[in-house]
Each structure stands twice: as C-alpha cells, then as structure tokens.
Design a protein around this ligand. Structure first.
Ligand code: NAD
Length: 474
C-alpha cells in the first residue's frame, strides 16, 4: 500500500488503493493549473466496489451500534486532526476561500457527524404496534454521488448516517473536486473501518455514476447535485426499483416584509446569497421586497456587496474566490448577460472579470434590481454570486412569487415579529425556512420540495433514510 498524496488520485476499493484506467484532470480554478489527475472509473470499477461493499455488509450491519457510533466519532476525530489539510485541498480543487473552507467546509461535516452520532442511542430502533414488533434495519449497500460545492460536507452527510445505520457505501465523488474524498478514505483506514465498508470510485456521472445507480447490487442511491443529473439517476435506478434520495438545486426566496429590520435582512440576505461564491444549493438568490422599499433595499445591498472582496482564495481576507471551474464561470457569465438582455437592471457587478483578475475563474458579484418572476434569472439556478431583487405589491404576491419556481429547497422571511414571519414561512413550499436569521441547525431535516428533491438528510430524518422498516407479528 502506498501513502501520501499520490494515493488520493486512485480508487479506494475493498480497503486498498486501486489503479484505474483513463484520467480526469483536477484543475485549480484560481490558477487554471492541473493539480492532480484521477482515474476515470466505469462499470468494472463500480462492480468491484459494489461487490466489496456487499461482502462487507453482513458483518458491518451486525456490528454493535455503539461500535458503529464510535467509528463515526473516530472518523470525525481524523477529520479534525487533518482539518487544515482538508481545507487546503478544498480551496485548491474548487476555489473556496481559505477562511470559509476552514470554518464551514470542514466545520459542517464535524457538526453533522457529531449530530448523528449523538442521536443514535435514543433513536427508536424498535417499536411495538399492537402485536407487532417494528424493527429498523440498514437498507444495505448505498451508492452515493456528490457534487463539488461542499466536497466533504456532502459526502459526510451521507457516509456518517449510513455507517451508523449499518450500511456499506460506494461513493462516487464529483470529478471536479475529487481529492478530498481521497483524504476521507485515508481517514477511514486510519480509524480502522473494515475493508469494503467505505469505497471510493472516481469517474464522470454518465460513466461511473450511472453504473452505480443501475447496479443490481446497490440497494439505495443517495444523490446530491443538479436536477438533470438527479432525474437521470432516478431513471437509471428505476430498472432495479431501488430507493432513491435526491438533494437537488434551489432558487430560494428571501421575503422581506414591510416591517422588517432592513439592515439585518440585507446583510444576512446578501451573505447567504454570496455564500461559497453563491455556489450553495440553499442560497437565497431572490430578494423579495415591498415595491415601496425596493430602491432603498437595492442601495443598501449594493453598499453591502462592495464589502465582498473577490480574489485569491488562499488569501485570508478573500470572501469570494473563483467559481469552481472555468465551465462554471462561463455559466454564471451567461446568466448575467441573459439578465441584462431580458431587461433586468444591473445595480452592481455585471459580466466580465473583476479588475485585476484576468486569469482564473472569477466573476463579478452582481446585483440585479427590478427583476420580474418570468425572467430566466428569476427561475433558473445560477450557482454564482448573483442576487435578483424582486419587488412585490403585497404579502400574498410575495408568497406567490416565492413559490413560483420548480424548486423548493430553502428560503427566508424577515419580519417585524417572529409570529408574522412564521405565518409567511408556513406558506412557502420549501424544505427549510429561516425566520429573522434563524441559525442553521445540523440536526434539523434538510431537503427539498418539488424538483429540489426527494428525501431528507441530517439528524434523525437523515438516519431514517438509510433504514428499512420490518414488522414482526408476535
Ligand atoms: P452535477 O449534477 O453536475 O453533478 C453532481 C454529481 O452527479 C457529480 O458527482 C456528477 O459526476 C454526477 N452526475 C452527473 N451526471 C450524472 C449521471 N447521468 N448519472 C449519475 N451521476 C451523475 O452537479 P454539480 O455541478 O456538481 O453541483 C451543483 C448542483 O448540485 C447544483 O444544482 C446544486 O444546487 C446541487 N446541490 C444540491 C444540494 C442539496 O443538498 N440539495 C447540495 C449541494 C449541491
């Protein structure tokens, strides 16, 4: 077995690093330089990994719960011990600024794994209903497919509850940001996770991803990514009627009511929209404001946006790094150009690179005002630092606009009182709503309505996703 960074560029199957054919370049989006290559796995590698996971399943499922929980906590300790290295890996592979990578990219998986470990003991593993004993058992072999925007968090949000549940896993990480998954594989080995319980196969979605989703040896697919890819996973998985959990995109609305604290609403609202360079599924990308406050809010948002330093992600003072790839930069730019051509007013930013950043996948943080619900930038997920300010006439229209996209992942309400905010939050067709800046809760169910997905991650609901339910009549 080899150690060191070269192991990060191989598949991790059955407790060993495996060479693979084909190669996918991993490019640092700040510099345009290739920093590593990963093999491009396909049906053969996926098959080997699924076989390893199937073989490991009975023993892992029979491992006492306390030992499985201890393993998740040991892996968490491993993440903690290597947090600086992990943050640097994430910054290099997808451009997340150092400060954000250290605090959030590494902090979130620490919080969510601790969360699921902490609730395992009190979880209702068995229940009596009349003469039936209802038992919860691991669903089996889990195929996990993850995106590039939170390369460790998205993985741990699946792996930690799956391990606690007693499942074994084959992960196909994003081919854009695959290196952190290699560090996690090393951590699982160091923690003593038995061979085959956690496997990593690198590759593209259409090759490795679909081979996994269609594999008859996989009992459940847990997918996080875009709507088109999620739809494809569901189609491909249908051939073997497996459970499919989808965490997809969003176009979340932040409804600011007429009695809200505007300073707080704009500061937190813009921060949430620009989080991770806007490359966050829950980003509040639509700021809905009363028509009478529209111009004032736009002015405040523009002043706030000026505080977002764009630049080298390794610089501690950078708040927005490059987009994760040149492809993503072009996509964001395309939407900015389209917003202008559809008649939205450009209040800040615009197309083209920020001054002084002629190389690297940088975009200008952008604010559109006067955005109407029918515009493309009000409907489609841009996945970049682009805010659309949308005026509304009254509360009913605000709710109508908020609900008028195919998505329903997150959202926010800012109101003069919590009661009023709560009333509006209840009318939003979306999986998460924060009222007056309510804090992210790693134990609360996370997932989408409508085309934002099926199923829930995190906490008790996230654990339930990896369990089957059996009724035994006595
Ligand atoms: P993507 O859909 O392009 O890729 C995500 C993963 O799916 C990658 O590993 C990719 O290789 C794989 N994939 C692509 N095509 C596939 C196919 N045909 N079969 C199987 N797998 C396939 O998404 P991305 O660009 O990496 O990430 C951004 C998207 O992810 C955004 O839409 C964002 O909203 C979404 N996202 C959602 C959540 C959530 O929890 N709801 C979290 C983060 C990101």
């Amino acid at each position: 077995m080899t150690t060191g960074t070269d192991t990060l560029t191989r598949h991790w199957i059955d407790g060993a690093w495996q060479e693979g054919s084909g190669s996918i370049a991993v490019v640092n989006p700040a510099t345009g330089q290739t920093i590593a290559e990963v093999p491009s796995g396909g049906a053969a590698e996926v098959d080997a990994a699924v076989m390893a996971a199937r073989h490991a399943f009975p023993r892992w499922a029979a491992t006492p719960l306390a030992d499985r929980v201890a393993m998740v906590l040991a892996i968490r300790e491993g993440i903690k011990a290597r947090s600086g290295e992990i943050a640097a890996s994430i910054t290099a592979e997808m451009g997340s600024p150092t400060k954000f990578a250290n605090s959030v990219q590494v902090g979130m998986p620490m919080a969510t794994s601790k969360g699921v470990a902490g609730l395992a003991e009190s979880f209702p593993w068995t229940e009596e209903i009349g003469n039936s004993l209802v038992v919860r058992e691991p669903v089996g072999v889990v195929g996990a497919v993850t995106p590039w925007n939170y390369p460790l968090h998205q993985v741990v949000a699946k792996v930690a509850p799956a391990l606690v549940a007693g499942c074994t896993i084959v992960l196909k990480p994003s081919e854009v940001a695959p290196l952190t998954a290699g560090i996690l594989a090393e951590i699982t080995r160091e923690a003593g996770l038995p061979a085959g319980v956690f496997n990593v196969v690198h590759g593209t979605g259409p090759d490795a991803g679909e081979a996994l989703a269609s594999h008859p040896g996989v009992d459940m697919m847990s997918f996080t990514g875009s709507v088109p890819a999620g739809r494809r996973v569901q189609e491909v998985a249908a051939g073997t009627v497996k459970r499919v959990a989808l965490e997809l995109g969003g176009k979340s609305a932040n409804i600011v009511l007429d009695d809200a604290d505007l300073t707080q609403a704009v500061k937190l609202g813009l921060g949430n929209c620009f989080i991770n360079g806007g490359q966050t599924c829950t980003a509040w990308t639509r700021l809905l404001v009363p028509q009478s406050l529209h111009d004032e809010v736009v002015e405040m948002a523009v002043a706030q946006a000026a505080k977002y330093t764009v630049g080298d992600p390794t610089d501690e003072s950078t708040r927005i790094g490059p987009m994760s790839s040149e492809r993503q930069r072009e996509r964001v730019e395309g939407y900015i150009t389209q917003g202008v051509s559809e008649g939205a007013e450009l209040a800040a930013g615009g197309s083209g690179r920020p001054d002084g950043l002629e190389t690297g996948a940088y975009v200008r943080p952008t604010i559109f005002s006067g955005v109407r619900p029918g515009m493309t930038i009000a409907q489609e997920e841009i996945f970049g630092p682009v805010l659309s300010v949308m005026p509304y006439a009254d509360e009913d229209e605000a709710v109508e606009i908020a609900n008028a996209t195919v998505y329903g992942l997150a959202g926010a309400v800012f109101a003069g009182s919590q009661e009023r905010g709560l009333e509006v939050a209840k009318r939003m067709r979306t999986g998460q709503v924060d009222v007056n800046g309510g804090q992210f809760n790693p134990l609360a169910p996370f997932g989408g309505y409508k085309q934002s997905g099926t199923g829930r991650e995190l906490g008790r609901y996230g654990l339930e996703e990896f369990l089957e339910v059996k009724s035994i009549q006595l």
